[in-house]
Ligand binder design. Sequence first.
Ligand code: GLN
Length: 470
Amino acid sequence: MFANRKTENIEKEVMDALQSARRQQPYLNAVVSFLDVEDAIEAAKSSSGKLAGLPIVLKDNVLTKGIRTTGSVAILDNYIGAYDATITTKLKEAGVVIIAKSALDGLGMGGTGTNSHTGLVHNPYDLNRMAGGSSSGSAALVASGAVSFAIGSDTGDSVRKPASFVGIVGVKPTYGRISRYGIIPYASSLDHVGYFTRSVEDAALALEVLAGRDDKDMTSSFREVESYLSNLNGDLSGKTIGILGNVIDSIKNKETLEIFDHLIEKCVTAGAKVKVITMDHKLLQTCLPVYYIIANSEATANHSNLDGVRFGMQEWGDSLEELMTNSRTKGFNFLLQKRFVIGSYSLADENQDLLLRKAQKVRRLLVEEFKNTLAEVDVLVAPASSDVAPLLTDKSADQLSARYLIAENYMVLGNFSGYPSMTIPMGKINGLPIGINITAKPFEEQVMFDVALGMEHLTGCKNMVAEVIV
Ligand code: GLN
């Protein structure tokens, strides 16, 4: 825990974190680059910031001036950040020491931790399992105890899903709450900065540091940043908790449902009102296809500048076109290439009305219904995943099943709507963690944190660390 922490020996705290991450690297493969920390330690010693001396990790799609920022794709393998992202600056001002840049599914595309150009990221609870993605390395390093705070990003569920798989807190605040200036984009209408901690209190403090208006990101909000930590109140009495019934109905795993039901019963005993809410099932099944069309179209446009000419790796060709084709073919993995094909297809003039525009209309319907659903309650909750982290070898997901379409993908509603949404651990199945997702109304992060704290008291799942056997 770092909220209200007293720092006695910054140097030792940072070197311990760095050593731990280095020791774990052959097992977790969570890091793309380790950073030199000497100057940052010196700066932290005289810092009066809220996080003075705290060792942290940044996802490798967050720009760091003069330091390699690869997005975990081959085409950017040699790219050096030209400037600091706004959150990099804010974190430095708060006194942190960045010890490493962490691996992600290339450019944020993926949910497994198996699509990084530096190889598979492993789950610290079981090295044969996925850490989830796309913020895989950051999640793994918080869960393993190397650091207690790491930055991620969330375009579909890339913070909230891995948080479930590795038993930590994962927060995606309201769209516009945290500046995205200097984050390698994926899909601009869905991208959010998110982050991981091991307690709700830490999550509340972290948002105080990260949030706020930034003139360099026109989508960032002018709203004042609240004192989330000092206002934190875990009293559940008087809170109305909505359960997303469709997700529960799509989950077949009895243990997941038992852990969830047990927690909800405890919430009722603690004074919360509970309401099961059901959204239009057919509409909810469109989440994944709508996400694919919108996210891949935006990604295709955003990444057209990665062409081997302006940035990063270049693969020679006899003409400019050939050079670009060769660079992109070599520079992107198969999954990314597939997504760019889907994006280009949806963006083609003759397909736009049928695909992109239609997906945008369905997104609007989903958001309207989601908004109405939330109007009746303080927060909406459901298991963050139907089961524990899959094995790294598992490719069996039936992508057309209700389990997959709804239970594994509904969290993208938080990106379609921009509403604040977070995952906290709710228990373990055979020693492996599983999380609950909590979503609140726009800019009601405080309500979300309050309910999360109330639940954290009931689950006892706080500061969970997986000892990586090394
Ligand atoms: N799993 C989703 C995907 O594959 C989410 C990614 C994200 O949130 N960045 O794209």
